[in-house]
Design a binder for this molecule. Structure first.
Ligand code: NFE
Ligand code: MG
Length: 598
């Protein structure tokens, strides 16, 4: 096998043990990791591959651009709505459609609602069990657990009897042998550090958060009819609003708006009294576990999102800032232009796609999605063949490799917060500095797995508060008599130019998301999506740059390669979504719920 080395000179088969984790669980979609681990159990090379394909970009060709949101939204039910929002923005950009102020505010409310729910679910249900040992919670003293909970938060569910009850439910689970969501983890692993009482508190909040997250998304049902996959509209939002109850049947009325206001208030309270205190309490036990930085300390990218002013997508309007940081230089935030072919390019040298000239990357306006699974040592010409051992010098992933000015970039909450910090914006700088002070760690601690996890928590709090602000703005505008929610002036294709192209962007919960559309004769001619997990989980490029997952795993020490808990911590901290990033499933067969060590 010919291999390609990492920047540190190691390849998958340069001696040491090969560790395979496939599939990675508690994520969305199909992700496989192969690692080279040295005699001291330190990760020396890491290769990540997305093992499914759906072809959404191809399905869109020839369709009505006004429908693209409904197709692209099916890329993923987790970051639900965010592809639809990106899509309607791309089409509006292409056709020059401006949206009313209320539509902009309601879109912000939809997106911020997604942030609060998605980040909460990620912390408790997809990531916490990398830090919290559920089985240890059985040994906790409920009285001491109550004292701990009351010392860090005024959240009312904190009596000894409450924690005794949760512990009793957990015992019944374990004794029945039916661990449900708590099955298949590395309970008792020596890398778990929380005392039993902290574990019991976290398990109680895992269950509470599971219940509460379904309340949050009711906001999507008010403005978008349902969740997942609420409705969207090119030109605005698809709901009418009527405050005096005399308007259109089904219009959003004051009673529905009051429900939204009350869910927002409860969300702020839950995040501030449960999520943030738990995050700080858990992090305080792990603050010397400073692995998992990688590109987060070097190359960070954000497109920005949540415009305060409708149709103004520049940094003076965007609540989440836009910019790029390269080489760890926080003194310079570079301008990002999604239409510049020099800036964003996708490479396929190590992806199961083909270009005419694979030494070059393609800007998404000129993007090509041509699957080429049956090539190279990783496929053996047979799409149903299981991958036995990856060769990273060949094509090895269904993710393309997006690059910004040639650099592999990390995207997501940490990127957004560091860029906001570097721009000196107080709403990012103050919570970051306060968290670093609270944990008594230096700024460098930010560039780690825990930094990524902390940034997501802080962003959840930011989003809950921003939601309150956006809701107040909506109510003020409505009460001032402006209830317009859609602009249908350019709804008819007869009013469109023969050819047009546009780009839409958002900050999805997991990071920078762009859709590029080219319209010809009223139909979609080309459609390209470049998605957060495509950035973070990208394979190598022709210059040998490795992606953020791969970079973050290097130099991580493991207690036991047969139980790769440390690897899961770092990968989970990105909140990977392979459904989004491949947006495109190999027929079957690539799933092995096992860890293989060779
Ligand atoms: Ni399927 Fe998604 C988000 C998008 S992921 S979750 O956030 O876009 O890369
Ligand atoms: Mg794509």
């Amino acid at each position: 096998m010919t291999t390609m080395s990492t920047p540190n000179g190691f390849s998958l088969d340069s001696g040491g043990r090969r560790v395979v984790v496939d599939p990675v669980t508690r994520i969305e979609g199909h992700l496989r990791l192969e690692l080279n681990v040295d005699a001291d159990n330190v990760v020396r090379n890491a290769v990540s591959t997305g093992t499914m394909w759906r072809g959404l970009e191809l399905i869109l060709r020839g369709r009505d651009p006004r429908d693209a949101w409904a197709f692209t939204q099916r890329i993923c039910g987790v970051c639900t709505g965010t592809h639809a929002l990106t899509s309607v923005r791309a089409v509006e950009d292409a056709l020059g459609i401006a949206i009313p102020a209320n539509a902009n505010t309601i879109r912000n409310i939809m997106q911020l609602t997604l942030y609060v729910q998605d980040h909460l679910v990620h912390f408790y249900h997809l990531h916490a069990l990398d830090w919290v040992d559920v089985v240890s919670a059985l040994n906790a003293d409920p009285k001491a657990t109550s004292a701990l909970a009351q010392s860090i938060s005024s959240w009312p569910l904190s009596s000894p009897g409450y924690f005794r009850d949760v512990q009793g439910r957990l015992k019944a689970f374990v004794e029945s042998g039916q661990l449900g969501p708590f099955r298949n983890a590395y309970w008792g692993h020596p890398a778990y550090r929380l005392p039993p009482e902290a574990n019991l508190m976290a398990v109680a909040h895992y269950l509470e958060a599971l219940d509460f997250q379904k309340e949050i998304v009711k906001i999507h049902t008010v403005f978008g009819g349902k969740n997942p996959h609420p409705n969207w509209l090119v030109g605005g939002v698809p709901c009418a609003i009527n405050l005096d109850g005399t308007g259109a049947v089904g219009a959003v009325n004051m009673e529905r708006l009051n429900l939204v206001g009350s869910i927002i208030d409860r969300s702020v309270t839950f995040v501030e009294q449960v999520y943030i205190p738990d995050l700080l309490a858990i992090a305080s036990f792990y603050k010397d576990w400073m692995h998992g930085g990688g590109l987060s300390s070097q190359n960070l990218l954000s497109y920005g999102d949540m415009p305060v002013r409708a149709n103004v997508h520049t940094n003076d309007s965007l609540m989440l800032p836009r910019g790029a940081i390269v080489g760890g230089d926080l003194s310079t935030v570079h301008e990002v232009d999604l239409t510049d072919p020099e800036q964003i390019q996708e490479f396929v040298t190590h992806s199961w796609y083909t270009y005419e000239d694979e030494s070059r990357g393609l800007h998404p306006f000129d993007g090509v999605t041509e699957p080429a699974f049956a090539v190279g040592p990783n496929t053996k010409g047979d799409p149903a063949t299981r991958i036995e051992a990856l060769d990273e010098s060949a094509k090895y992933s269904w993710l393309k490799a997006p690059r910004w000015r040639g650099h592999a970039m990390e995207v997501g909450p940490l990127a957004r917060f560091v860029i906001g910090y570097a721009l000196g914006r107080p709403e990012f700088k103050e919570p970051v500095d306060a968290t670093l002070r609270h944990l008594d760690v230096p700024i460098g601690a930010l560039f780690s797995t825990l930094g990524r996890t902390a940034a997501r928590g802080l962003e959840c709090q930011w989003a809950a508060r921003a939601l309150k602000g956006e809701f107040a703005r909506l109510i003020a505008t409505l009460k001032a008599g402006d209830t317009a929610t859609a602009n249908t002036d350019l709804w008819e294709p007869s009013a469109w130019p023969t050819t047009a192209r546009g780009v839409g962007f958002t900050e999805a919960p997991r990071g920078a998301l762009g859709h590029w559309v080219e319209i010809r004769d009223g139909k979609i001619h080309n459609y390209q999506c470049v998605v957060p997990t495509t950035w973070n989980g990208s394979p190598r490029d022709p210059a040998g740059n490795i992606g953020a997952f791969e970079a973050a795993l290097l130099d991580t020490p493991m207690h036991d390669p047969e139980q790769p808990l440390e690897v899961l911590r770092t990968i989970h901290s990105f909140d990977p979504c392979l459904a989004c990033s491949t947006h495109v499933m190999s027929p079957d067969g690539q799933e092995r719920a096992s860890v293989v060590v060779r």
